[in-house]
Ligand binder design. Structure first.
Ligand SMILES: [Zn+2]
Length: 294
């Protein structure tokens, strides 16, 4: 992000916090529901600051608390997508703040010498946004032409098996497909495999039930919801902005995406959901806070 845009974001964040908008959204929108926060690969110091702030304004709960009726206070569940290797450094922060986050793993990337496709240099060359809009077959062919093969040995960008084992007492690991395709660009058989096999791979890795799913890139439709339910998951988190509770559709749980490097002031502003809502609106997501699908 360039310096000018970063400064504008900080000024807007200060406005949201100082004018009482942050407190008002907590009272009127968040209320006693669960804010499912979505991170990717934050550094430990930033996450520590965010959680310190959060503990003063709400209760930190595990993701499964979404199905538990309200106790009258705002709640927040912490989630991470993809299973980045950097997540291993967050363990002391989880322990310090006594949170049990959920990390949604790409089950055929973690625990191996493989790379998430968008972190491979070939993907940068081909252009991320362009690749996301291709059919899955086209995307994989284009990536292969740039030297990336999703099931070949490469630089490990995911958590190792040892790291997952060391974290599991404090972390809930769940599924985020096998290789992180855009599901709405997959054929029926690719989609069913990415969703169903991911569940089995996580269960084999953890020797425990895998019951929760997160849609890669936030792309999903009725077909993906049907496949997730048919595979036996109990819930799925989208990238649609908002709060969730026991009355929510369990396969369309809403989220608040947090910038991994957000200052505490910007974090406070992002918790209102307003920056993400406006971002989606600008991209054509509509008035219901839905991720702009393509
Ligand atoms: Zn992801």
């Amino acid at each position: 992000m360039n310096r000018g845009r970063a400064l504008i974001k900080e000024v807007l964040a200060a406005l949201v916090v100082r004018t009482g908008i942050a407190r008002a959204t907590r009272a009127w929108l968040w209320r006693d529901r669960v804010a499912i926060l979505l991170y990717h690969d934050p550094d430990p110091a930033t996450l520590d600051r965010h959680l310190t702030y959060l503990r003063n304004i709400c209760e930190l709960v595990p993701l499964t608390d979404v199905t538990v009726p309200s106790r009258g206070r705002p709640r927040a569940a912490i989630t991470f997508d993809d299973g980045h290797v950097g997540n291993a450094k967050l363990l002391p922060v989880f322990i310090k703040h006594q949170v049990r986050p959920t990390i949604f793993l790409c089950s055929s990337i973690v625990g191996r010498s493989r790379s998430h496709w968008w972190l491979h240099p070939g993907s940068l060359e081909a252009g991320h946004e362009r690749l996301k809009r291709m059919t899955n077959t086209e995307r994989l062919a284009e990536l292969a032409a740039h030297g990336y093969h999703q099931d070949a040995d490469d630089r490990a960008t995911g958590l190792s098996t040892d790291q997952i084992e060391a974290m599991r007492a404090h972390v809930d690991f769940q599924a985020h497909t096998r290789f992180h395709p855009v599901l709405t660009r997959c054929s029926d058989s690719e989609c069913a495999d990415e969703i169903g096999t991911s569940k089995h791979e996580i269960e084999t890795l953890l020797r425990d039930a895998c019951e929760h799913f997160a849609y890669p890139n936030g792309n999903y439709g009725d077909r993906e919801v049907c496949f997730v339910a048919a595979a036996g998951y109990k819930s799925a988190r989208t990238c649609d902005v908002g709060w969730s509770d026991h009355r929510s559709d369990p396969f369309r749980l809403r989220t608040i995406i947090i910038d991994d490097d957000a200052s505490t002031r910007r974090f406070a502003a992002q918790l209102t959901g307003i920056p993400l809502f406006l971002h989606y609106l600008k991209k054509g997501g509509g008035w219901k806070g839905q991720f702009p699908q393509f």
